[in-house]
Design a protein around this ligand. Sequence first.
Ligand code: NAD
Length: 482
Amino acid sequence: MTIDYSTLYIGGKWVEPATAAKISVHSPTTEELIGSVPEAAEADIDMAVAAARSAFDDPIGWASWSSSERKHVIERFAAELEKRSEDTAQRVTMQNGMPITLARAFEGAFPAVMLRYFADLAVATPQEEVRPGLLGGSTLVSRLPVGVVGAIVPWNVPQAISFLKLSPLLAAGCTVVLKPAPETVLDAFLMAEAVEAAGFPPGVINIVPAGREVGAYLVSHPGVDKISFTGSTGAGRSIAETCGRLLRPVTLELGGKSAAVVLDDADLSKTIESFVGATMINNGQICWLNTRILAPKSRYGEILDTITDVIGSMTVGNPLEDSTQVGPLVSSRQRDRVEGYIAKGISDGARLTAGGKRSGDTGWFVQPTVFADVDPKSAIAQEEIFGPVLSVIPYIDEAQAVAIANDSEYGLGGTVWSSDPERGTAVARRIQSGTVGVNGYQNDPTAPFGGIKSSGLGRELGPEGLASYQYPKSIYLDANAG
Ligand code: NAD
């Protein structure tokens, strides 16, 4: 039985789409059709932006409410999501192959955590202050919501990435048009059902699944005040160009090629679960994964053996089964791309120590793969593969490790592994990246997340994430007035 929808959630209602176009979703595990939804057209985007616009501009609407008033509705939203969390996890796994245990944590549970964190943060952060000035007067400084946000998300972690945007923007008082990626649309309809049940004012959240052309239309729409995008660096550059021309604020979370620096005092056997979590979860389809492993020459053979054993023995299979550690890639196109990089790694002289082949006859599976002796300048060490492929690169000393880690066009994630956390932190300070973990990696909601260089612009999460959906307004109070 397939999961099919025929209407779109816009302006607080389920409405007929402007055209008969459909997005069909195929299982990456069985390759069978699993569902379909209407594909939003430009006219649907117009309707969604108009709904978000009037919800934002309503003088007694969402943007005018206090943070505490908004918190009540946001908390109901979190509770409604929790009621649907197992269904949401299952739908994500069915569509993109994310192992179900990961989907339960990232996609089922984490959105409600982020919603509650930002609702509380907005209540705890004064929205106005009077600042004594240096010129004799004072200034009333307010933090105001930026307005209507166009939020565009990818397929790899569709719910958590949507809530990296929705949680702060809702807490700040913005309204939103959310465009999910065509590969993962069925979970977005469960989200819409939760929005409806939570009782948001109509138009605060509108959901319009579509492809890149319609996404580009949303980016340039005159009714939108800010764009928040997560996806590839190529698409991010094109969106940044549009936003630059329009002088429209934009947050960009883009690609990565992060490094795991294993120091010569590291005991990987003690931290192996965290190490796999930082390098190989979600079938290698996470932007911050540490797919370059830098290993000291003094312990190279032993570290390579550990990584080869652990990665090479991961359980590949149906991602809906709890025991599965590696599921299929999201699409045949993505599988072909990853296979292309594996072939390139071999022809460039890297040594395959695990995987390297397709797995099974049905579904878009690639075995978890490890390359040893990788040249840090080669394509597999420089380009984002977005699949289960690790490159192990030897280094001589700490200075060289840091230089190799920083020799990248990206700067999103990274880790340092050491028995001495202080030494690990000292090396982490030298890594040019927006985020680095010591003996593990976690996107904590309280910490700003985002990249430098070609990994993006701006930050999500933490107080910085909330501030990115606000603009400060100064009202000068003359000392002589009144
Ligand atoms: P993609 O850029 O092709 O698509 C992402 C989303 O943007 C989709 O919804 C797509 O329809 C839309 N889109 C694409 N081009 C657009 C355009 N010109 N204008 C408006 N919308 C457009 O990326 P993908 O292949 O689906 O996702 C994988 C990429 O996302 C990887 O590069 C990965 O590193 C990156 N990513 C980054 C982060 C992060 O937080 N930095 C998180 C997850 C994924």
